[in-house]
Design a protein around this ligand. Structure first.
Ligand code: NAD
Length: 496
C-alpha cells in the first residue's frame, strides 16, 4: 500500500504564481494574497492576486491554444486526458498532501478525494470515444440529419475550496474533452491544489495554454473572468448569492452559464427506519468534511414516534466525534476564520431566537485545536421552519432537528426551502421511499444512505436556488461545454 504523505511533508511553494500558456507568472500588478493553514493558522503561501489584466492574459493564452485543441480529434483529446490522469495518479500522494494541507482534512480523506477526481478524469477521457450525437429521420427523401457536438470556445471555470481537487476535476475534464480551452480561477483557499493539477497536466502532455490557472479574489479575478467578452461558457460552483451575480453579468453578453450552488438538504427519518443506520448516515451527512458540502444534510426531519430516541442517539454520536487533521479524526477544521465566524454568529442568533443547542455550538479551543478553525459537531432543536438557521446554508458541522407527525408533513417540510439540491429518506417502506423520490424537490434523492455521494458518471445539480438546471458531471456535463450542431445533408439534390 502507498504511504500517505502527512500535510507537514507536502511541499507548498512559498509563492504560488499564475499558470498561463505553460509558464508560471506573477500577477501583472505584482500583488499577493496570503493562504493560511486552517489547521494551525500558519502562512502556507503567498499567491498571485490577479486582476483583469491577468485574466486577459489567461484568456489570450486560451484563445491561442484553442484552434489546435479544438481540431484535435476527440479520441486523441481523450488519450491526452488519459495521460493527464496517469500523471495525476503517479503524483496522487503529493496531490493529496496538498489538499490536506490547504483544507486541514485528514490525509486519507484527501487521498480519497484525489482518487475520486482521477476516476472522474478517466471517465471524461473515455467520452472522447463516445462524444455521441443523434441521427434523425426526415420527411424529405435522401435527407440525412444528425447532430454533432462542437466546442464552445473558452471556458471560464470558477471553483470553491471545500473539495478542492474534485471541484477542479469536475470542471476541467468535461470542458477539455469537448474541445474547449480553459481559464480556471482557483479558490482563494486552495490555490496550491489547482496549481499542482495544472503543472502535472502539462508535464503529462496537455499542450500549454489549454488549461490556464489564475489565482485571486472572487470580486477581482473571478468577476473579470465572468465579464470577459471572449469567455463563451462560465461554469461556477459556489454560493447562491455569487451565482446570481454571475448569471446577471454573463447573461448580459449571452454567455452560457452553469451554476452549481448551495443547499439546505433534508434528511428524513421515518418511524420504520433502522435508527442505528439512520444515525450513522445523518452524522456523516451533517458533519463530514466539517459540514462544508453543498450536499450536507443540515435539516434532519424526524417522525414524532422516534424523535426522542433518534435525537439522543445523534447527540451521543456527535459528542463522540473526533475533530482534527489526522486519519483517526472524523472531520477537520472550517476553511478559514471568516467561515468559522459565520457559523458561530448564526448559531448565536439562533440561540437568541430560542434554539436549543444540544451539543457543540462553539469554537474548539483546547490544546490541539487552539490555533485552528475548529468547530465541533453541533445538534440544534427547537427552531421553526422559517427561522434563519432553517433557511440559510451555514457550511459548517451543524444539524438542525425537526419533529414531524407523519410522511406528508415530512415531505412538506423537506420541500419548504428555497434550495433543492439533495435529499435523503430512511425507511423500510418501499412505497414511502418511492413517493419521497418522486415528490421531493431536489436534483438528487437518496434512499437509506446519505445526502451526498455522487459518482463520475452520475448527473449532479439542483433545483430552485441550488442552480440553474445544468448537471455536472455525467454525460450531462457535455451539454454544458458543447454546442449541438444539427447537420442537414441532402445526398440527392435532384430528387427534390
Ligand atoms: P463563494 O461563492 O464565496 O466562492 C466560490 C468561488 O467564486 C471562489 O473561487 C470565489 O473566489 C469566486 N467568487 C466570489 N465572488 C465572485 C464574483 N463576484 N465573481 C466571480 N467569482 C467570484 O463560495 P464559497 O463560500 O467559497 O463556497 C461555498 C459555497 O459553494 C456553498 O454555498 C456551497 O454550497 C457551494 N458549493 C456548491 C456545490 C455544488 O455542486 N452545488 C459544490 C461545492 C460547493
Amino acid at each position: 500500500m502507498d504511504r500517505v504523505v502527512t500535510p507537514a511533508e507536502a511541499t507548498h511553494a512559498a509563492r504560488i504564481q499564475n499558470r498561463i500558456a505553460g509558464r508560471s507568472v506573477p500577477a501583472v500588478g505584482g500583488a499577493w494574497f496570503e493562504k493560511r493553514s486552517p489547521h494551525d493558522g500558519r502562512l502556507l503561501a503567498s499567491c498571485a492576486r490577479s486582476g483583469a489584466a491577468d485574466v486577459d492574459a489567461g484568456v489570450s493564452a486560451a484563445a491561442a491554444a484553442l484552434g489546435e485543441w479544438a481540431a484535435t480529434p476527440p479520441v486523441k483529446r481523450g488519450e491526452i486526458l488519459r495521460s493527464v490522469c496517469a500523471g495525476l495518479r503517479e503524483r496522487r500522494l503529493a496531490l493529496a498532501a496538498m489538499v490536506a494541507q490547504e483544507t486541514g482534512k485528514s490525509p486519507s480523506a484527501a487521498l480519497g478525494e484525489t482518487d475520486g477526481s482521477i476516476l472522474l478524469g478517466e471517465f471524461f477521457a473515455g467520452e472522447g470515444q463516445r462524444l455521441f450525437g443523434r441521427t434523425m429521420t426526415s420527411a424529405v427523401p435522401h435527407r440525412l440529419n444528425y447532430t454533432v457536438r462542437q466546442p464552445i470556445g473558452i471556458a471560464g471555470l470558477i471553483v470553491p475550496a471545500n473539495t478542492p481537487i474534485a471541484n477542479v476535476a469536475w470542471k476541467m475534464f468535461p470542458a477539455l474533452i469537448c474541445g474547449n480551452t480553459a481559464v480556471l480561477k482557483s479558490a482563494e483557499d486552495a490555490p496550491g491544489t489547482a496549481a499542482l493539477v495544472a503543472e502535472i497536466a502539462e508535464a503529462a502532455g496537455l499542450p500549454p495554454g489549454v488549461l490556464n490557472v489564475v489565482h485571486g479574489i472572487g470580486a477581482e479575478a473571478g468577476s473579470a473572468l465572468v465579464a470577459h467578452p471572449e469567455v463563451g461558457v462560465v461554469s461556477f460552483t459556489g454560493s447562491t448569492a455569487v451565482g446570481r451575480q454571475i448569471a446577471r453579468d454573463a447573461g448580459t453578453r449571452l454567455a452560457r452559464v452553469s451554476l452549481e450552488l448551495g443547499g439546505k438538504n433534508p434528511f428524513v427519518v421515518c418511524d420504520d427506519a433502522d435508527l442505528e443506520r439512520a444515525v450513522h448516515w445523518a452524522a456523516l451527512s451533517a458533519f463530514s468534511n466539517a459540514g462544508q458540502r453543498c450536499a450536507a444534510g443540515s435539516r434532519v426531519i424526524v417522525f414524532d414516534a422516534v424523535y426522542d430516541r433518534f435525537r439522543d442517539m445523534l447527540v451521543e454520536r456527535a459528542n463522540a466525534s473526533r475533530v482534527g487533521d489526522r486519519d483517526t479524526d472524523d472531520f477537520g477544521p472550517l476553511i478559514n476564520e471568516r467561515q468559522l465566524e459565520k457559523v458561530s454568529t448564526a448559531l448565536a442568533r439562533a440561540v437568541g431566537d430560542g434554539a436549543r443547542v444540544l451539543c457543540g455550538g462553539s469554537r474548539l479551543t483546547g490544546p490541539s485545536h487552539r490555533d485552528g478553525c475548529y468547530f465541533p459537531a453541533t445538534v440544534v432543536e427547537g427552531v421553526s421552519a422559517d427561522a434563519e438557521i432553517s433557511c440559510e446554508e451555514l457550511f459548517g458541522p451543524v444539524a438542525v432537528l425537526y419533529r414531524v407527525a407523519d410522511f406528508d408533513a415530512a415531505i412538506a417540510l423537506a420541500n419548504h426551502s428555497r434550495y433543492g439540491l439533495t435529499a435523503c429518506i430512511h425507511t423500510r417502506n418501499v412505497h414511502r421511499a418511492m413517493e419521497f423520490t418522486q415528490r421531493v424537490a431536489a436534483g438528487v434523492a437518496v434512499v437509506n444512505a446519505g445526502t451526498y455521494g455522487s459518482e463520475p458518471h452520475m448527473p449532479f445539480g439542483g433545483m430552485k436556488d441550488s442552480g440553474n438546471g445544468t448537471r455536472e458531471p455525467g454525460t450531462e456535463a457535455l451539454d454544458v461545454y458543447s454546442h449541438l450542431k444539427n447537420v442537414v445533408f441532402l445526398s440527392d439534390p435532384e430528387s427534390l
